[in-house]
Design a protein around this ligand. Structure first.
Ligand SMILES: *Cc1c(COP(=O)(O)O)cnc(C)c1O
Length: 452
């Protein structure tokens, strides 16, 4: 009769060559954990009589290896984005430029002058690193980089408006995505929310009457992920600033995307730029590093020197500070703008800049390489909370498959995973968002899946 006594012991298992190989690969403590886990599981199943057969040594080793593989498998993996959404928040937003990647590599590989003044040999500040580039690019007096734009908004409100009134148009009390709601952030910061106007209309007179009472800030939030159409009204930023400044109140503009260039150049709608907000006289402007700017995740705050100084001193500034990799990557990205080479160097700007003819050429080459599928017209979108409802013409590789759902699943299981989109029983691939260096891997993956 088979009893649990027939089960190999941990010691016996460790004697094998296969176990030595697992230890070399995964380390001794984790391998031991996995062996015990497999043995415990086997005993439990045997006792509950779900099985009467005991696994032999080989099977136990195989199960140990699968356990170790499952335990150590990374959850954050690079993927190929063939969805045609340029800034896909779920896919990590902006891929970085070569220079940004190199800058992040060198500062993280060793020590750096993060908070060390090389001139004096004394302690320096991490806050200086992207500041002069931001000043040059935007004309702002001062700048500060934090973890992301959501924390930038929270920090600004906490530092400048705690327990004080902040005036905002009702039409701008938005949820940006991922549960980031402007009214909630206001509560969190301790600011007192004062809504003016209606859902669709706000007038200058609304701001003027609200400004009669002592107010810390007038806040404008860019509606970056939806549009209000029909009968709408909103004063221009420069007029809001004019009225606010007459009452001695500073204006904060939460731009979100924060393009440094005019998206209308790429046949898209015009997205308000950082420079425009500065020219309109905004005292504080916040925007993301990884939306239309095309850099690493960051929140950028620019504006008047006295306000920025106050923000830098607030305790939350320490809690939401940017790390050295971010500061290095962001600086390298900003430098592309300063050197007027963004269209050549920054991947997401390059993607927007691609002509339909170029995209079509790539889609045609894919069809030829695969020996199947067709090239169809379609649309790419910007996404990532930028330019809602806007798209640009593109050409797609279209594959007719038996089950689009099963095919998409197989694509996601590919190494690297491929993210496409479907239309009825067709699976569509947009060359615009596929990085040129990923094209080979995409085609190999597609060939394998089509064969199987
Ligand atoms: C996207 C967005 C944010 C949040 O930016 P993150 O960098 O994702 O934190 C804040 N405000 C606006 C208007 C946005 O569009």
């Amino acid at each position: 009769m088979t009893t649990l006594r027939n089960l190999p012991s941990v010691e016996q298992i460790l004697q094998t060559e296969a176990a030595a190989y697992l230890i070399a690969q995964f380390g001794r403590p984790l391998t031991l954990d996995a062996i015990r886990f497999v043995l415990d599981d086997t005993r439990a199943r045997f006792k509950s009589e779900r099985t009467t057969a005991l696994p032999d040594l080989d099977l136990i080793l195989t199960q140990t290896e699968s356990t170790l593989t499952a335990w150590t498998k990374p959850t954050l993996l690079p993927v190929i984005n063939a969805s045609g959404v340029i800034l896909h928040t779920n896919l990590g937003r902006a891929p970085l430029s070569e220079a940004a990647i190199r800058a992040m590599d060198v500062v993280t590989r060793g020590y750096s002058s993060l908070e060390f003044d090389l001139e004096s040999g004394k302690r320096g500040s991490r806050l200086i690193h992207a500041e002069s580039l931001l000043q040059k690019l935007t004309g702002a007096e001062a700048a500060l980089v934090v973890n992301n734009c959501a924390s930038a908004v929270l920090l600004v409100l906490s530092a400048l408006a705690k327990k004080k009134r902040v005036v905002i148009a009702r039409s701008q009390l938005v949820e940006i995505g991922g549960g980031f709601r402007i009214p909630d952030v206001m509560i969190q910061s301790g600011a007192k929310l004062v809504e003016v106007g209606t859902t669709n209309k706000v007038r200058l007179s609304d701001y003027k009457s609200a400004a009669k009472e002592p107010t810390a800030l007038i806040m404008r939030v860019h509606r970056s992920n939806f549009k209000i159409i029909g009968f709408t009204e909103e004063p221009e930023l420069k007029d809001i600033v004019g009225a606010a400044h007459l009452a001695g109140i500073p204006v904060m503009d939460d731009l979100g995307s924060g393009a440094l260039y005019d998206t209308a150049r790429y046949g898209l709608a015009h997205e308000p730029t950082v420079q425009e907000s500065m020219q309109a006289g905004a005292d504080i402007v916040c925007f993301s590093g990884d939306k239309l700017l095309g850099g690493p995740q960051a929140g950028i705050i620019i504006g008047k020197a006295d306000l920025i100084a106050k923000i830098k001193k607030h305790p939350l500034a320490r809690a939401v500070r940017a790390d050295k990799a971010c500061l290095a990557g962001l600086s390298a990205t900003l430098l592309h703008y300063l050197k007027d080479e963004a269209e050549r160097e920054i991947p997401i700007v390059r993607m927007m800049f691609l002509t339909v003819k170029q995209v079509r050429g790539r889609a045609e080459a894919w069809v030829e390489e695969l020996g199947q599928g067709s090239v169809v017209e379609g649309e790419s979108t910007v996404g990532g909370g930028s330019l809602p409802g806007e798209s640009m013409p593109t050409f797609l590789l279209s594959l007719k498959v038996k089950s689009a759902e099963k095919f998409m699943h197989a694509l996601r299981r590919n190494n690297p995973p491929i993210i496409a989109r479907t239309e009825n029983d067709k699976v569509l691939f947009d060359p615009r968002t596929v990085l040129p260096e990923q094209e080979g891997a995409l085609l190999v993956g597609l060939k394998n899946i089509l064969k199987s």
